[in-house]
Design a protein around this ligand. Structure first.
Ligand SMILES: [Mg+2]
Length: 441
């Protein structure tokens, strides 16, 4: 039973100085400080349960998202949780369609990141009150209740509510067995942690060797800054992992369309499974052209981590612009919007391989992809979830990886809660870590 009226919404700017180790570096983001706008919601229920939510940022600009969260809070504070989740579609639309705020979106940019942070906190609160991990809360909902969380506006030409209902209804067959399979084997993962662009070859080699020893079989390499470097790094990693393990490439939007095709063609000898974000995330037809050109080489196009919303995903699917769809738990409008994308991907028969390179993203998105397998896609073919080995120690319920797979979380909630001590120390700019760093740059 959900309970309580929301009495307070707080938000913090939390930044981790990852740029100092060049963790997370790629062709477009050479020095990210993995950060989050971190939301806490409190209710007047006597259980003392709070909801925690976040959205991922790269350092500068987190303060803008914090402002946007504060602007949205008028729609949240003083609402009964029951009223929110009883008409979650209506509440989602209220947040995303505020007649004034939508001008700085709509459903994109800082205001949509803020929407994600707020809604992620609401979902965490709901799952905690129900005493279930978020994936299980979703798995146990009936199709009608799941659909009542989704705003189908602007996507009915690709997926009607009736079709979505049929997908979920079909998903009921074998659901119990798939849940058992997840609990026993977990969800397959790949690692991005070995080959950030800023890592020297020696570090890349060392990390790759350790990952192989830990049982990893799927690896991603950052490319796109310098072709000769890419050839050398891809050769090095392919030699280390052997011909049978999977290799993926990620250019983080570096190229023009024609340039992407030429560049990736030169890396085809290393047999990559996909090229991720070859060009602007907004260029749907460009992605389609690249997909078409690389298909004969057996290389797919993957994208989604900077895809604004379900409408862009819809067009990418309609235009046959991608072979792997990468949802993001903190860029789309939380679970609500991700549900619509999972259902569209199912209809278009495109595997979902979530993005999780960032602080907290592994913690959150594991819930969505485990739900997807159990209740929507029903398949593990060509599917895997990204994993990066950074900053999990700051979370109260960190991800557990066993045999290169995500172990389904058992704690109630959305795994979004950070340790209080970490939030205090890394709060920008007043936290103790930043006080130190800013006085000795
Ligand atoms: Mg990427």
């Amino acid at each position: 039973m959900v309970r309580g009226r929301i009495t307070r919404l707080g938000v913090s700017d939390v930044r981790f100085p990852t740029s100092r180790g060049r963790h997370g570096s790629d062709a477009m983001h050479p020095d990210p400080d993995y950060s989050a706008a971190y939301v806490v919601i409190e209710t007047d229920a006597c259980d003392g349960i709070k909801g925690y939510g976040l959205t991922f940022t790269l350092g500068k600009g987190t303060e803008v998202v914090v402002c946007a969260v504060n602007a949205l809070s008028i729609h949240v504070v003083n609402k009964d949780l029951e009223e929110i989740v009883g008409d979650f579609r209506g509440f989602y639309r209220q947040l995303t369609s505020d007649g004034q705020l939508r001008w700085i979106g709509p459903e994109k940019g800082a205001v949509h990141l803020a929407t994600a942070a707020v809604l992620n906190a609401v979902w965490d609160l709901w799952a905690k009150q129900e005493g279930k991990p978020l994936w299980k809360l979703l798995v146990d909902m009936d199709p009608h209740q799941l659909l009542s969380c989704i705003d189908f506006r602007y996507i009915t030409d690709a997926l009607t509510e009736k079709e979505a209902y049929e997908i979920l209804q079909n998903g009921l067959r074998g659901k119990k067995e798939r849940e058992e399979h997840m609990l026993k084997h977990g969800y397959p993962a790949y690692t991005t942690s070995c080959a950030w662009l800023g890592y020297p070859d020696q570090q890349l080699k060392q990390l790759c060797m350790e990952a192989l020893k830990d049982g990893w079989t799927r690896f991603k390499v950052k490319v796109g800054a310098d072709l000769q470097d890419d050839i050398r790094r891809c050769r090095l990693i392919r030699e280390m992992i052997g011909p049978d393990n999977a290799l993926m490439l990620d250019a983080n939007q570096r190229w023009e369309v024609k340039e992407a095709i030429e560049w990736v063609t030169k890396l085809a000898e290393f047999k990559p499974l996909w090229i991720e974000e070859p060009t602007s995330p907004d260029d749907i037809l460009g992605h389609a052209a690249i997909s078409k050109a690389l298909a004969p080489l057996g290389i797919g196009v993957a994208t989604g981590e900077q895809c604004h919303n379900r409408v862009i995903f819809k067009q990418l699917l309609q235009a046959k612009a991608l072979s792997y769809l990468q949802i993001d738990s903190c860029r789309l409008g939380s679970v609500n919007e991700n549900l619509s994308v999972l259902l569209m991907a199912k209809k278009f028969q495109i595997p979902v391989c979530p993005h999780a390179g960032g602080v907290g993203l592994c913690e959150l998105v594991q819930h969505l992809i485990i739900f997807d397998y159990i209740a929507v896609s029903g398949s593990l073919e060509n599917r895997m979830c990204e994993y990066v080995d950074h900053l999990h120690e700051h979370f109260k319920y960190p991800v557990i990886i066993k045999k290169a797979s995500y172990v389904p979380p058992q704690d109630a909630g959305y795994s979004t809660e950070m340790k209080e001590d970490s939030v205090r120390k890394y709060q920008f700019p007043q936290g103790e870590i930043w006080q130190k760093l800013l006085s000795n740059p």
